[in-house]
Write a protein that binds this ligand. Structure first.
Ligand SMILES: [Zn+2]
Length: 208
């Protein structure tokens, strides 16, 4: 068993992994006891299914600003598969997967709003994002997830090996909850700066 205790904090573990990955060139295959242990023991799906990666590589990400590289692990049974080592450290669970899928389920609502609100509602610049002013999307998703029954959870199949984005069936109660909540949720079309300003204001209100 790999000794994770040597890393006193998540930051220390993150730094050690970054140092390993930064030391190899793009597309170069490499082995790593640390990454092997992290993924096989801490990755939500791999740890549950006993998947142990043999080697790793990073490849160029088309949008360097979004991510410095794509990270891949090679598994004897499935071949190369993209893996988020960051999620292994942060402790990603199925609840996080459901929250992401809920966000995807309301995309048509968000896009419809964007189509009719092309400019920032605060300053008039071209729109970058649609902000959930009230309630925040996170709050809506938390309520939807809290109301899920065991049967709802049992009905979910999370197949990490599939390259398809994880989505939820339309008829699932949490999907309906989130969609219904958008009938009264206040949305705002915003540019990047105004989105950040909204987020800052909300944080200040939270702290009062
Ligand atoms: Zn603006």
């Amino acid at each position: 068993m790999f000794e994770f205790a040597q890393f006193k904090t998540k930051t220390a573990l993150r730094d050690a992994i970054r140092a390993e990955i930064n030391s190899v060139a793009m597309n170069q295959e490499f082995t790593s006891d640390l990454l092997q242990a992290l993924i096989s023991q801490r990755h939500y799906y791999c740890s549950a299914k006993g998947l142990v990666p043999e080697k790793f590589k990073k490849t160029k990400h088309p949008d360097f600003k979004t991510a410095p590289y794509y990270f891949w692990a090679f598994f004897p049974t499935i071949g190369w598969h993209g893996v988020s080592w960051v999620k292994c450290i942060d402790g990603w669970t199925l609840t996080d997967g459901v929250a992401s899928a809920l966000r995807i389920s309301v995309r048509p609502i968000i896009e419809a709003y964007r189509n009719t609100h092309r400019n920032c509602e605060k300053c008039g610049k071209p729109t970058a994002d649609i902000d959930h002013v009230s309630p925040e999307f996170k709050t809506i998703a938390e309520q939807a997830i809290a109301a899920m029954t065991q049967a709802d959870w049992d009905s979910i199949t999370y197949d990490w090996i599939s390259e398809e984005t994880f989505t939820l069936p339309e008829n699932l109660s949490c999907v309906q909850f989130v969609k219904n909540a958008h009938e009264t949720a206040v949305l705002m079309s915003v540019c990047k700066e105004c989105h950040r300003a909204n987020a800052r204001n909300r944080k200040m209100i939270d702290q009062i």
